[in-house]
Design a protein around this ligand. Structure first.
Ligand code: PLP
Length: 401
């Protein structure tokens, strides 16, 4: 390409999709508006105050008093990597409970930092096998255990307390992925004594992707501070990051990297919305819309993948009926209704649809609209719809009134 070949590219004009997939999810207009606000410097007094408030609001969302509670610059995988890179040393064992795609990713990351992951293979679509996990914990020298709270690849919710109980047998460290639960569930970081927990902005917090909230317990910080080896990642080293984010609300700040200012504005507003609605009300809203969706799905004759007691409210996995083409249904929903739903991952590829009802996307309007659109598309694809999903979902809402 030469200097006279300047590309003539048209401006972007993205459609207003209704994002009901596995993420990103709908962003609140208040968040989008603040992201258009003027930029300030990364050490500007206003930005320092924004950072302090983001930390305070994140502590509320995580339900923790942990001083080291910050958004890592990067997506959820950066949060995941921050937890592994800081807490694990080379040759250290870690028990990793694997019941879906994302716990497998953690195994890969632990291997890359030189740790020795011990895999506890569990069935996809089910919670973690606790007896198997206990056996693996007892027969290892691991001091850390990792699990995913809300497995986005399967739609399974994992109870945290039984895992804490296992880890307590040896005063271990509990590491939890809360990517698809922060902002929709009571994670209870302090109550469950989670030592390291990370999430994302693009799911139930209703922000674009780009930051990964993380929180570390005091015990975790002591472990990090007494490491025998240096944290292998410079970018994710919490010792360096705290110098920028402050050791509390009035700590001095030093440049580490240029924080994504606009993303932090967005997260600030998204977390203000979480605090205004309150965690209790948010949890109820997510549960209510999930139940309405399930009522509609089952009325149409479709089947949920996960047993009722283990289902996530944020991510609903629905079995694709025999003879129905996965990709065609999803592309019709997108092209005809501007609705995105997710396809399956890993062993569930082509077998399930993943319907996300998270944050600003978890609404009665979205449930009813999706039921109507899905019914029309399924009928056009030759599926014998048993009953009306819209009516069943609407009846569910009416019964609550
Ligand atoms: N963990 C879980 C449970 C996820 O669902 C995801 C992404 O969807 C990740 C980790 C990785 O997050 P990201 O894609 O933002 O890097």
């Amino acid at each position: 390409m030469t200097i006279s070949d300047a590309p003539a590219i048209a401006p972007l004009n993205p459609p207003r999709r209704i994002l009901l997939g596995a993420g990103p999810c709908p962003v609140d207009d208040r968040v989008l508006r603040v992201m258009g606000a003027p930029l300030v410097g990364h050490l500007d007094p206003l930005f320092i105050r924004t950072m302090d408030e983001v930390q305070e609001l994140l502590r509320y969302a995580f339900e923790t008093n942990n001083r080291l509670t910050i958004p890592i610059s990067g997506t959820g995988s950066a949060g995941m990597e921050a937890v592994v890179a800081n807490l694990l040393e080379p040759d250290e064992e870690i028990v990793i409970c694997i019941n879906g795609f994302f716990s497998d990713r953690m195994h890969e990351m632990a291997t890359r930092v030189g740790a020795r992951p011990i895999r506890v293979e569990c069935e996809w679509g089910k919670p973690i096998d606790l007896e198997k996990t206990r056996r693996a914990w007892r027969s290892s020298n691991a001091r850390a255990l990792f699990a995913v709270h809300a497995e986005t690849s399967t739609g399974v919710l994992q109870q945290i307390a039984p895992l804490r109980e296992i880890v307590d047998e040896r005063d271990g460290f509990l590491m939890i992925d809360a990517v698809t639960s922060l902002g929709a569930y009571h994670i209870g970081v302090d109550r469950n004594r989670i030592d390291a927990c990370y999430s994302v902005t693009q799911k139930a917090l209703s922000c674009p992707p780009g930051l990964a909230p993380v929180t570390f317990s005091e015990r975790a910080i002591s472990k990090i501070k007494s490491r025998k080896t240096i944290v292998r990642s410079w970018y994710l080293d919490t010792n360096l990051l705290t110098a920028y984010w402050g050791e509390g609300s009035d700590g001095a700040r030093a440049y580490h990297h240029t924080a994504p200012i606009t993303m932090n504005y967005g997260l600030h507003e998204a977390l203000r919305i979480v605090a205004e609605e309150g965690l209790e009300n948010r949890a109820k809203r997510h549960e209510r819309n999930h139940c309405a969706l399930v009522a509609g799905i089952e009325a149409m004759g479709l089947k949920m993948q996960v047993a009722p007691e283990d289902r996530l409210w944020t991510l609903n996995s629905v079995q694709i009926p025999d003879g129905i083409n996965d990709a065609r249904v999803r592309s019709r929903l997108l092209e005809e209704f501007d609705i995105e739903i997710g396809g399956g991952l890993g062993i569930f590829k082509g077998k399930i649809w993943r319907i996300g009802l998270m944050g600003a996307g978890s609404t009665e309007n979205n449930v009813l609209l999706l039921m109507a659109a899905l019914e029309k598309v399924l009928k056009a694809e030759g599926y014998k719809v048993r009953g009306s999903g819209v009516s069943a979902a609407a009846d569910y809402y009416s019964r609550l009134e």
